[in-house]
Structures are given as structure tokens and as C-alpha cells.
Design a protein around this ligand. Structure first.
Ligand SMILES: Cc1ncc(COP(=O)(O)O)c(C=O)c1O
Length: 471
């Protein structure tokens, strides 16, 4: 296997000895040279794939060529330009269902602007009534947490399923205890992420049939999972799935999906109608007839110029194969963990504090951590971000829109949080609340890998970590 000029030869050889399967992923080095050469040309080290994937060059080229050679009109019509747009959108819809192995008789695909929009569609239309349940894991993106505002308005109960403060996983007994609280003859919605955007933990997909058996509709947030793992909807049958395509292959932004079981979609009651979502509406008769699914969930004009690019992205992911991608990102994550864990300051204090599992069992290629000084005090993650930027490294800091996992990982209690929110009310806000919780800025550093990651990237991350070592 070729060595990378940015990495000392002996370091790479030692890595290869430790991970002899890595050369099986050499296709991804070739892909990086072909599709992501801008990274190495500019010296950029990208470590925020959970934030966004990077787009392969040919994906945008192909899309530009298609746009330049097509005449595309608003799809809500029957003229040739309109039909060309509809064809592009519908072909892509079928391709996405096929990619996720979803039976079109069982699942419908609703195009949305992103994963958050898909979540909102479910939250606002789920038939919550007084006494119904909305159960969700502590570990969730804010776009899932936000659904509680809909259930509260209608008198349902929000229940949070706790995670362990060390491994950030759910205990089986807690799961069973919470699932047992489904309301008989009521509406029960259970939401969890297939992969945590905070810790990289992969929560068991086995929860889906278990929850359904006990009377829950399951909303699976797959946004952080599908960039490096296949969600096989012929094996798993969640009622609702949300995702954003830019997280899978960087482009296009503004296109996401709600994959939903047709039976589950039938339960939803939309609070409004819009152009495109109705078969007929009358002003004088003050009534409307909804279009059938998925059209009745697609408000206004779809992003018909961007949607067809998703097909090229899926083609590329399929060509790479999740097996190769998972092998490479898994090996690189494992190496990084193994190298970071033993780092110690001269007085023996560990340099890195990880949040979540430090092994490779049931996890993706996302690590949450903080660096600490020789006294065990956390180094401000904003300092880390500054030093990373000086090395042209892009990583993510803060709480990553996942306050539940963040609060538990960082040991922030409900009382302390409330006190700091009260104290900072009326002042500059969020940053003040963070400083109140911890003078070094409550938050963490997140490193995540993906399609274009290589050994040089994780090596650069390790070098950055060593910057903080006091010898
Ligand atoms: C697990 C998870 N869910 C939902 C979202 C929201 O995605 P978007 O901002 O594309 O709507 C994200 C974004 O980071 C995420 O990581």
C-alpha cells in the first residue's frame, strides 16, 4: 500500500501491522485522489463528517451537466418542461427506496428539506391526545427533542429514557420499564437515533420490533447512521425514518427524506394544507381533499433542481460499499482511540477524557472528548478549536445540538442548568450560560470520520492532541 507523504513512513507501517485489513480499503484512497483532491491541495484536514459529508467532485459536475442540458419547469404541471422535472424527482424517489431496500408497497418517501423538517412533519401531525406518550432517549438531536412541544400542547406526556453517564448507552431494564408505559388504546411514539451524533453510539435496531410489539410507533433518526452504515428497511421496519442527504455525500444541501410506513402515514393529521398537498381545495365550500401520500406531505414546490443529484450520490456510495466504508472508518477510529487513550502529562494525568464508549463495540466513527491539563481541568474547547484551525483541521465543538447526552456526559444537573439559565437570562445568552456552567465553557470536542477520511487525517488529529501535552 502506498505511503502518504504527510505521515512518517514508520508510523504508517506500524499502523498497517496493527491493522492488516486496512489495505482492503485502498479503493477509498483512490477515490480521495479522484474526488476530493481539494483536501490535499489545500492542506485541509476534515474531521466533521457528522456535521456534514464532503461532496465528491463528479457529483457536482454531473449535476451541473444535467442542469445545463435540461429544460426544467415547475413540476406541478403537465407541460414537457414540467414533466422533465417530475421524471427526475420520481426516478430519484424510486432509487432512494431501492437503496434502503424499502418495499414501495410498505414505505412511502416524502422529500423534505432536511432531517429536521422530516421530524417536524411527524411531530406536528402525530395524533397526540391527552394522556398519550412521547418517549425519547436522552441521547437525541434537538430536532427530535423539539417534538415534545407538539405533544405538550395536546396534553400528551413526554418521557425521557435515560442513558448511562459513562457509556452513554441505554440499559436494557430502563428500556423495558419505559416501553411498558405505553398507553393502552392510545397513541405512543418512541424516538431514538440509530447512531448518536454526540458519542457515535449505535443504539440497537432490535428496539424497533420490541417497541412496536408493546404498542409504540417508532421514529428512527437515521441522520448520523446512514453516512457510514446501511439501514436495511427490508430487515427493520421503523414507522418513520428521517435523514439528510448532505450528511451522506455532502451535496445537495436542502434535500432530506421522511421514509414512512404507509400505514403509519395514514395515522397522521396534517394541521394545514398547501400547494401540492391537495387534490382539491375550495374557498367557497371551505373544504379541501388531501392528495394521497407522499404528495400530501410535500408542501409547495419541491427542490426539483437538486433532488436528482441524490441519485448520483447513492450510486457512488453503492460503488464504494458500506462494508469498505465501515471497515476503513472503524479501523481509523480504533487507531485514534488506541493512540489517544494512553497519552499522559508528565505528572501522569490523562490528556484525554472521552465521553461514551472507548471500544469499537456498536459504535460509529464519531468520538466526543475533552482535553485536560495536568491538574485534570478541562481545556476550553474553544481553545482546542483555535489550535485545530491553526493546523487547518476542521472539527466540531460545543454540545452538537444534543443537550441530553451533553448534560449527562459533562455531569450537568437539572438544578445547575436551571440556575445558569436564570442567571444568564437577559444577558448575551447561550455563551454566558455555558461559562456559568463551567468557566472553561461547558462543551466537548467532536471528531468524526467519513467517506474521504484517510490515515493522514487521524494522524493530524493525534498531532493536534500532542500539542496539549505538558511534559
Ligand atoms: C442525529 C441527527 N439528527 C438530526 C439532525 C438534524 O439534521 P439537519 O440539520 O440536516 O436537519 C442531525 C444533524 O446534525 C443529526 O446529527
Amino acid at each position: 500500500m502506498e505511503t502518504n507523504p504527510k505521515v512518517p513512513q514508520e508510523v504508517f507501517q506500524a499502523f498497517l501491522q496493527r491493522y492488516p485489513l486496512y489495505p482492503r480499503t485502498a479503493f477509498l484512497d483512490e477515490l480521495r485522489r479522484r474526488e476530493f483532491s481539494r483536501l490535499d491541495r489545500s492542506g485541509a484536514v476534515y474531521l466533521d463528517y457528522t456535521g456534514s459529508g464532503l461532496y465528491p467532485e463528479t457529483l457536482v459536475q454531473r449535476q451541473a451537466e444535467w442542469l445545463q442540458s435540461s429544460v426544467l419547469g415547475n413540476p406541478h404541471s403537465e407541460n414537457p418542461a414540467s414533466r422533465a422535472s417530475t421524471e427526475g424527482v420520481e426516478r430519484c424517489r424510486s432509487r432512494i427506496l431501492e437503496f434502503f431496500r424499502a418495499d414501495p408497497g410498505e414505505y412511502a418517501l416524502v422529500f423534505t428539506s432536511n432531517a429536521s423538517h422530516a421530524l417536524k412533519l411527524v411531530g406536528e401531525a402525530y395524533p397526540f391526545q391527552a394522556g398519550d406518550r412521547f418517549l425519547l432517549t436522552f441521547d437525541n438531536h434537538n430536532s427530535v427533542n423539539g417534538i415534545r412541544e407538539f405533544d405538550r400542547v395536546r396534553g400528551a406526556r413526554t418521557l425521557y429514557l435515560p442513558i448511562g453517564t459513562q457509556d452513554l448507552r441505554v440499559r436494557e431494564e430502563d428500556l423495558e420499564e419505559h416501553l411498558a408505559q405505553a398507553r393502552h388504546d392510545g397513541h405512543n411514539l418512541f424516538a431514538f437515533p440509530a447512531q448518536s451524533n454526540f458519542s457515535g453510539v449505535r443504539h440497537p435496531l432490535e428496539w424497533i420490533p420490541r417497541a412496536q410489539e408493546l404498542g409504540w410507533d417508532v421514529l428512527l433518526d437515521a441522520a448520523a447512521f446512514v453516512p457510514t452504515a446501511l439501514l436495511d428497511l427490508s430487515r427493520w421496519h421503523p414507522d418513520f425514518v428521517c435523514l439528510s442527504f448532505y450528511k451522506m455525500f455532502g451535496y445537495p444541501t436542502g434535500v432530506g427524506a421522511l421514509l414512512a410506513r404507509r400505514a403509519a402515514l395514514g395515522k397522521l393529521h396534517r394541521p394545514w394544507f398547501a400547494g401540492g398537498t391537495i387534490a382539491l381545495a375550495s374557498v367557497q365550500a371551505d373544504c379541501h381533499l388531501p392528495a394521497s401520500a407522499p404528495a400530501c406531505f410535500e408542501d409547495g414546490t419541491l427542490n426539483f433542481l437538486s433532488i436528482p443529484a441524490v441519485e448520483s450520490g447513492l450510486d457512488l456510495l453503492e460503488k464504494v460499499g458500506y462494508q469498505t466504508l465501515g471497515l476503513r472508518t472503524g479501523i481509523l477510529t480504533s487507531w485514534l482511540l488506541e493512540e489517544l487513550l494512553p497519552l499522559r502529562h508528565a505528572n501522569g494525568t490523562p490528556l484525554v477524557r472521552f465521553y461514551g464508549p472507548t471500544d469499537m463495540q456498536d459504535r460509529g466513527a464519531t468520538l466526543a472528548l475533552n482535553f485536560q491539563d495536568p491538574h485534570g481541568e478541562q481545556i476550553d474547547h474553544l481553545d482546542v478549536e483555535r489550535r485545530a484551525a491553526a493546523r487547518r483541521i476542521s472539527l466540531r465543538t460545543g454540545c452538537f445540538c444534543n443537550p441530553g447526552a451533553g448534560e449527562l456526559a459533562l455531569g450537568i444537573t437539572a438544578d445547575r442548568m436551571q440556575a445558569c439559565i436564570d442567571e444568564s437570562a437577559g444577558a448575551a445568552g447561550c455563551q454566558d450560560a455555558r461559562r456559568c456552567l463551567d468557566p472553561r465553557g461547558a462543551g466537548a470536542v467532536r471528531v468524526s470520520l467519513g467517506l474521504a477520511s484517510d490515515f493522514a487525517d487521524v494522524h493530524a488529529c493525534l498531532q493536534l492532541a500532542r500539542d496539549f501535552l505538558e511534559t
